[in-house]
Write a protein that binds this ligand. Structure first.
Ligand code: SAH
Ligand code: SF4
Length: 354
């Protein structure tokens, strides 16, 4: 009999399974809560479901917790995990803690959506490795569940509050699984993470940006821009040849018209692009967009030849944008002492295995 992945099932799907195997509907809610909210990793831990019912469920549902292969902790508290999937592939996942003074603390998980990535950006460790496969819904959700489980060993009240889909892979090229995962992570009987506290980062898959605005106007969007001119961006992000900047900017306009949400434009600065002319081109490009620019010094990845600009150049770059009336921030760097740029830990680990 074919089995489904438990962590990828909605409560309604579990109710359907209950009906098929002759169990009461409330068992589905219990099961859903054990897995999605209490973040348990084994059938045995589901204390209020009897052994025979657990047995009946497990004939229809498979439960594959992610296996932690490595964990690195940064001085600033950032933790980076390397997880092994049941077919042996590995993915990275990062937890960033931001203590707040007045409101509650923010605990953000950076989630992966694919093993590898087909886009192949020139600066990205994940892109260098090529594409292996899409993650299943259970594997996307599982990252947040397993990190929650890990941290709760030390802090039983721990809750993930925010998600950024900025890990390995291009989220909008695994669109259906991404949307299902978001829906599960948002459930009040699950981890209950607000849609408005989730941000999807894309290198610019134009048709999917518009579709996302229509399908789920609550989630936030970050666009990895990195360059304001097509010839430069073509070299950095090969997807730009298919969806050039004019189309991308139109899609962004449409996204904000539908969602009324401000877009974050990500710009990784290198010794090559941190020039005032680039900043001016960026200001021209983004004129009229409802957006915010986030500047990040590139994380140097072996084999890419990309290097960080000096801080003075970055400040000047930000100044040009501010003078043009734009909202700008320089991303707080987190976890740089642990290779937090996604794809780097996996590469390092695979290199050691060779
Ligand atoms: N594929 C999506 C999301 C994953 S990448 C995207 O490209 O947006 C998440 C972010 O990390 C993107 O903004 C990407 O451009 C950035 N990134 C990748 N490698 C980087 C590096 N070496 N230094 C700085 N940022 C990097
Ligand atoms: Fe893929 Fe994003 Fe890396 Fe580009 S930056 S290769 S789109 S993961």
């Amino acid at each position: 009999m074919e089995t489904r992945e438990l962590r990828g099932c909605s409560e309604d799907e579990l109710i359907e399974i209950c009906e098929k195997i002759g169990l009461k509907r409330f068992r589905a809610s219990q099961l859903f809560q054990w897995v999605q909210q209490k973040a348990v990793r084994t059938w045995e831990e589901m204390k209020n479901i009897g052994a025979s019912d657990r047995q009946a469920f497990s004939s229809r549902l498979s439960l594959y917790p992610l296996e932690k292969v490595r964990e690195q902790r940064s001085k600033d508290g950032t933790r980076k995990y390397l997880f092994r999937l049941d077919d042996g592939e590995t993915i990275e996942c990062v937890l960033m803690d931001y203590a707040r003074t007045r409101s509650r603390d923010r605990h953000t998980v950076c989630v992966s959506t694919q093993v590898g990535c087909a886009v192949g950006c020139a600066f990205c460790a994940t892109g260098l490795e090529g594409f292996r496969r899409n993650l299943t819904v259970a594997e996307i959700v599982g990252q947040v569940i397993d990190i929650t489980h890990e941290v709760r060993q030390e802090d039983p009240d721990f809750q993930v509050t925010n998600l950024v889909f900025m890990g390995m892979g291009e989220p909008l090229l695994n669109y259906d699984h991404l949307l299902q995962a978001i829906h599960l992570l948002n459930q009040s009987k699950g981890l209950n993470i607000g849609m408005r506290r989730m941000t999807i980062s894309t290198c610019g898959v134009v048709p999917r940006i518009i579709q996302l605005a229509k399908d789920n106007p609550q989630v936030g969007l970050a666009v990895s821009l990195h360059a304001a001119q097509d010839d430069v961006r073509n070299e950095l992000i090969p997807m730009n040849r298919r969806y050039p900047l004019s189309q991308l900017m139109e899609a962004c306009q449409e996204y904000t018209e539908i969602t009324h949400r401000r877009i974050t434009f990500e710009v990784a600065l290198t010794t090559e692009n941190a020039r005032p002319e680039e900043a001016e081109a960026l200001a021209r490009l983004l004129k009229g967009q409802f957006g915010h620019v986030n500047l990040i010094p590139v994380n140097p990845v072996a084999g890419t030849g990309m290097e960080r600009p000096n801080p003075e150049l970055m400040r000047k770059f930000a100044q040009v944008l501010e003078d043009a009336g734009m909202s700008v921030s320089s991303r707080e760097e987190r976890g740089t002492d642990i290779d937090a740029a996604c794809g780097q830990l996996r590469r390092q680990w695979e290199g050691e295995l060779k």
